[in-house]
Design a protein around this ligand. Structure first.
Ligand code: A5P
Length: 184
């Protein structure tokens, strides 16, 4: 099988378990959603390759939160772009969460990928959503940059009552980065 590997502490457990199965003789090929997951998989003996045109049989990832309608917030790990590409390429998409991820309603989250328009992106988001957004910073206080060289814009100032509508609004807004996406 061709298997997509997610990113984060939950996906890490999946990769470790998969590596154990590979050591026992399971034959798979994997595509990783982050450099961290690629390293972990390779160290565990999993063959990691680039995503091919033939897609994936299954992808397994974690999530930051899930609501009663099984809608998800993802992206806290900063691997959203590759996670979305891998998820879209997989015939089956499995998300693993523990009980701590269940929320009665989701909170905001947005990843921006266009540095040229970064400030305009935040302004547009704020205008369209009436929510406050800020670019994520790392432990050193500098802007957090993803594996793909993207910035991450986060908003957590209120619950999302209609995350599906928000996701659609962002997807259909030409002013927002074409590869940007609501996490909801
Ligand atoms: C990575 O970008 C994220 O989407 C993760 O899958 C998500 O943040 C869950 O991470 P944990 O399993 O570490 O909570």
């Amino acid at each position: 099988m061709r298997v997509g590997l997610g990113t984060g502490s939950t996906a890490r457990w999946f990769i470790l378990g998969l590596a154990e199965r590979v050591r026992q003789g399971l034959t798979i090929r994997a595509v990783a959603t982050s450099l961290a997951s690629a390293s972990l998989a390779t160290e565990g003996g999993i063959l990691v390759e680039e995503l091919g045109a033939d897609g994936l049989d299954i992808a397994v990832d974690g999530a930051d939160s899930v609501d009663p309608a099984l809608r998800l917030i993802k992206g806290r790990g900063g691997a959203m772009l590759r996670e979305k590409i891998v998820a879209a390429s997989a015939a089956r998409y499995v998300v693993i969460v523990d009980a701590g991820k269940y929320m009665p309603s989701l909170c905001g989250g947005f990843r921006s990928s266009d540095p040229v328009r970064e400030r305009q992106t935040l302004r547009t988001l704020a205008e369209r959503t009436s929510m406050a957004f800020a670019f994520r910073t790392g432990p050193d206080g500098r802007p957090f940059i993803t594996d793909n060289g993207n910035l991450v814009a986060d908003s957590e100032d209120r619950a999302l009552h209609d995350p599906s509508a928000l996701a659609e609004m962002i997807r259909s807004s030409p002013e927002l980065p074409a590869t940007g996406s609501s996490s909801g």
